[in-house]
Design a protein around this ligand. Structure first.
Ligand SMILES: [Zn+2]
Length: 196
C-alpha cells in the first residue's frame, strides 16, 4: 500500500508541476526536463488545461529556447529585473554563494527543485508589472548562473545591491538600483534577498 501511495503522490506532484509550468508558458521541452513526462502526455495536459480554464491567454511557445545571456544586459530595466531574479534564486536556495562564485543547488528533473524554480519565478512576477523576463528566460538565467562561464553576480560598489556581471565583459551597465531606470519597489526586496 505504502509503495503505491508514494507512487500516486509522486505522479500527482509531477502533474501539478507540469500544470504550473504550463501556466508559466514553459516550452514542452522544459516541462519534460523538469517533470519527466512524455511530450504526448504534456500535450494532453495542455489541451485539458486550456479547455477547463478557458486559458486563452496562455501561449504555447515553439521554436528554440533562449540562448543569449546578452538578453539580460539589453536594457537597464531587464538588467535590474534579472538581478532581482538572481537574488530570488539565492533566497530560494536554487543557487548558493560560495567563495568560488555561485554554485547550483537545484537538481534538474527533481520535482522539489522544479517547484522552487516556480516559486522563485512567481515571487518575481509579484514584484514586477510588467515582468520583462519570461519563465523560459528565468530558467535560462538560473542555468547560466550555475554554469559560471558567462555570467556571475557581484555587489554594486555604490549601493551594495546584487547585480549581474557579464564575465565576457562585453557589456558594462550601471547598477539597476542606483544607476539609470531604478524601480521604486525594489530596494527592500534586494536587501532581503541578499545573503551576507
Ligand atoms: Zn548600485
Amino acid at each position: 500500500m505504502r509503495v503505491s501511495d508514494d507512487r500516486y503522490t509522486r505522479d500527482r506532484s509531477r502533474l501539478d508541476l507540469a500544470l504550473r509550468l504550463i501556466r508559466h508558458e514553459a516550452r514542452t521541452f522544459t516541462i519534460r526536463q523538469w517533470t519527466g513526462l512524455s511530450d504526448d502526455r504534456i500535450r494532453k495536459l495542455y489541451r485539458s488545461y486550456v479547455k477547463s480554464h478557458e486559458a486563452r491567454g496562455v501561449l504555447r511557445h515553439r521554436g528554440k529556447s533562449p540562448r543569449q545571456v546578452a538578453f539580460f544586459f539589453r536594457t537597464p530595466e531587464i538588467n535590474f529585473q534579472a538581478a532581482q531574479l538572481a537574488s530570488l534564486f539565492l533566497m530560494y536556495g536554487l543557487v548558493a554563494a560560495t567563495p568560488a562564485g555561485l554554485e547550483a543547488r537545484y537538481r534538474l528533473g527533481a520535482l522539489d527543485s522544479g517547484a522552487l524554480l516556480c516559486l522563485a519565478y512567481e515571487a518575481y512576477l509579484e514584484l514586477h508589472a510588467p515582468a520583462r523576463i519570461s519563465f523560459e528566460h528565468a530558467w535560462f538565467l538560473l542555468a547560466a548562473l550555475a554554469r559560471r562561464d558567462e555570467m556571475s553576480v557581484g555587489r554594486c560598489d555604490a549601493c551594495g545591491c546584487l547585480r549581474l556581471r557579464d564575465l565576457l565583459a562585453r557589456r558594462r551597465l550601471a547598477c539597476g538600483s542606483c544607476g539609470p531606470a531604478p524601480e521604486p519597489a525594489a530596494a527592500p526586496v534586494i536587501a532581503l534577498a541578499l545573503p551576507c
